[in-house]
Design a protein around this ligand. Structure first.
Ligand code: IMP
Ligand code: MG
Length: 182
């Protein structure tokens, strides 16, 4: 792996998903989504800020189906990466999703609280359909969370890069790496 050759930035332990593997998988997911929505003309792809912004940009640019993009910002963790419990809307959508086919794009499934909250909130706005696309799953979600399109299942460690942060750092790394949290 090209990232293995170079030294990782300090604090990072190992690459979990390489740039090459991300690119390949995003292409596969985009193809699946394009195929599933090929007969629809009102898909809205909703990126969950901030973590999903890079995945969202790469994914949308590879869709071969008509769609618009919108964003929502939610928060469930404090700045230091500590769990604070409740999910809050920091920024809501700009457009109505009533009667639209909605695809939520999220960076990672951890406890499942964020995605469940979003499904509930967006589901109550009467979309024509509601599906989820998640890049990473730590496989520890206690809540029953339906993920329609999944990138990778990863170990239960804190990861950064490709949109994901630790205390706002490392978001723009081109790969996904494990970080030493202490
Ligand atoms: P959940 O609500 O516990 O499923 O957590 C989901 C949110 O927590 C994600 O949208 C991320 O913003 C954040 N998160 C969870 N695990 C990680 C991680 O390993 N790295 C970076 N962010 C994470
Ligand atoms: Mg997030």
């Amino acid at each position: 792996m090209e990232e293995m050759m170079k030294e990782l930035p300090s604090g990072l332990l190992r690459v979990i998903v390489s740039k090459k593997d991300i690119k390949q998988r995003v292409g596969e997911i985009a193809e699946k989504i394009s195929n599933d929505y090929r007969d629809e003309d009102n898909l809205v792809v909703i990126g969950v800020l901030k973590g999903a912004f890079i995945f969202m940009a790469d994914l949308c640019r590879r869709l071969n189906v008509w769609h618009t993009a919108d964003f929502m910002a939610v928060s469930s963790y404090g700045l230091g990466g500590e769990e604070s419990g409740a999910v809050r809307i920091i920024m809501d959508l700009r457009e109505s999703i009533t009667d639209r086919h909605v695809l939520i794009v999220e960076d990672i499934l951890d406890s499942g609280a964020t995605l469940n909250y979003l499904m509930r909130i967006l589901g109550s706005r009467k979309p024509a359909s509601l599906r989820t696309c998640v890049l990473l799953d730590k496989g520890r979600s206690a809540i029953e969370t339906p993920v329609n399109y999944l990138g990778f299942t990863i170990p239960d460690v804190w990861v950064v890069g490709y949109g994901l942060d630790f205390a706002e750092e490392y978001r723009t790394l081109p790969y996904i790496a494990e970080i030493r949290k202490k």
